[in-house]
Design a binder for this molecule. Structure first.
Ligand SMILES: *Cc1c(COP(=O)(O)O)cnc(C)c1O
Length: 421
């Protein structure tokens, strides 16, 4: 459920007409609904209510300070994958004690900053990284809390680019090597082993791969405990999918996911950490764009909009589907038409949708891409010297720009011409 609905024929973000935001900030832009963000966060809280748990929002899905602050005030911990994300989470008021640090290539600098600022745990992804975390901790006279990300070799059955739990993926240590690695970790005085971590992929639309992976995790936890390790926390990663095409997708709901977690892992009595990103913010955001031209082609018509692949990369990168709806609600029973919806960038990949059937579109019309809140603004670039598009946040009848569009002047000034040129 989200808070983007038509009222009197106009698409609203909560109580604000989307067209009003477009008039104020110009197009294209992202707009997020506070109520939707908080609702999605609350769904996970309800799903794990009664068990010892922590929800660490995956900052990489959407990292604007206003979004992080909203979730931080609701009590969310954060999952970060870089120093920049760690600093963002801290700046949003999240205590280090509820930040987990994931990622395959943490540098000594990143580890040092997190250790001095406070961190709940490092999710260590390799043996060389384990040695570096140990060395940095010893150098600082500290002990680093660690979990190892184990790779369960499970097929997440999602897009190849966001599948992370197969043996051939770069993530984690092979589950078969886990005992050896934990034994080594226990011998290192700079490390305190506190648990096990896993993350098998993103946009999973079925619970089965999670269940298979978590069963392997449960088995491993028992084995490691028998080896003498105090396994008290299980970090289960993120990955729960969202319905991008509302008409025909029904991914599992957080409460079903939570029930499965209890069933498979409850007997271990561990604290459960989950790291949802997409499900919290994906359907809490729209990207709004204006139609520049409608062009009749050979056998197909093109809607050319002012947003492009640099603003929303998911269709080009992951062949992703976004529902695209007009901001002015079409008359009921309006004749429909198939369009290719494309941006102005000089690449065929700059295509948002092919043969999309929708009510007739004219130049000047505003269109909204649903499900654009996650991996949208954060993956944008200034390719073609197109300025990063603004982000707007709505709460009830209020809205505010939470990241403004840079001017061309600012963009040009970031480059420097060497003196010797
Ligand atoms: C990307 C990522 C997540 C979030 O995944 P979603 O699919 O957005 O829920 C969580 N944990 C780790 C380690 C990740 O890399």
């Amino acid at each position: 459920m989200d808070h983007f609905i038509y009222r009197q024929g106009r698409l609203h973000a909560e109580d604000v007409p989307v067209a009003e935001i477009a008039a104020a900030v110009g197009t294209p832009f992202y707009v997020y609904s506070t109520a939707t963000l908080l609702r999605h966060y609350a769904l996970f809280e309800e799903a794990l209510e009664g068990s010892d748990h922590l929800i660490c929002y995956a900052v990489k899905a959407a990292s604007n300070q206003a979004i992080l602050t909203t979730l931080a005030r609701a009590g969310a911990g954060m999952d970060v994958v870089s120093l920049g994300e760690y600093l963002r989470a801290r700046a949003a008021g999240v205590p280090g004690e509820i930040i987990v640090f994931s990622g395959v290539g943490k540098t000594a600098d990143e580890i040092r900053t997190a250790l001095s600022g406070g961190i709940r745990q490092f999710n260590v992804e390799s043996e060389p990284e384990m040695e570096v975390v140990n060395a940095v901790a010893l150098d600082m006279g500290k002990v680093a809390p660690v979990a190892f990300r184990v790779n369960p070799d499970v097929d997440a059955r999602t897009h190849a680019k966001i599948s992370t739990g197969k043996a051939e993926n770069k993530f984690g240590i092979p589950i078969a090597r886990a005992r050896e690695v934990y034994a080594r970790a226990a011998s290192l005085p700079g490390l305190e082993v506190i648990g096990i971590d896993m993350h098998i992929g993103s946009q999973l639309t079925d619970l089965e791969p999670f269940r298979l992976a978590y069963e392997k995790l449960a088995e491993l936890a028992e084995v490691l405990r028998a080896d003498g390790h105090d396994i008290r926390r299980l970090d289960l990663g993120g990955g729960l999918g969202i319905p991008y095409a509302r008409s025909n997708e029904t991914p599992p709901l957080p409460h079903e996911y939570g029930a499965m977690i209890r069933r498979v892992l409850g007997h271990l009595g561990c604290e459960i950490v989950i790291e949802p990103g997409r499900l919290i913010v994906g359907n809490a955001g729209l990207m709004v764009t204006r139609t520049i031209y409608v062009k009749q082609g050979e056998g197909r018509d093109f809607v050319i909009v002012d947003a492009a692949m640099n603003d929303l990369l998911r269709p080009a990168m992951y062949d992703a589907h976004h529902d695209i709806v007009p901001v002015e609600e079409p008359a009921p029973g309006a004749a429909e038409h198939a369009y290719d919806i494309v941006g102005p960038v000089c690449e065929t990949g700059d295509t948002f949708a092919r043969a999309r059937v929708m009510a007739p579109v004219s130049a000047g019309d505003l269109l909204a891409f649903r499900g654009a809140g996650a991996y949208g603004a954060v993956m944008a670039s200034e390719y073609n010297t197109r300025p990063l598009i603004p982000e707007v946040m709505v709460k009830g009848d209020q809205f505010a720009v939470i990241r403004r569009r840079p001017s061309f002047d600012e963009i040009l000034k970031r480059d420097t011409i060497p003196e010797w040129l």
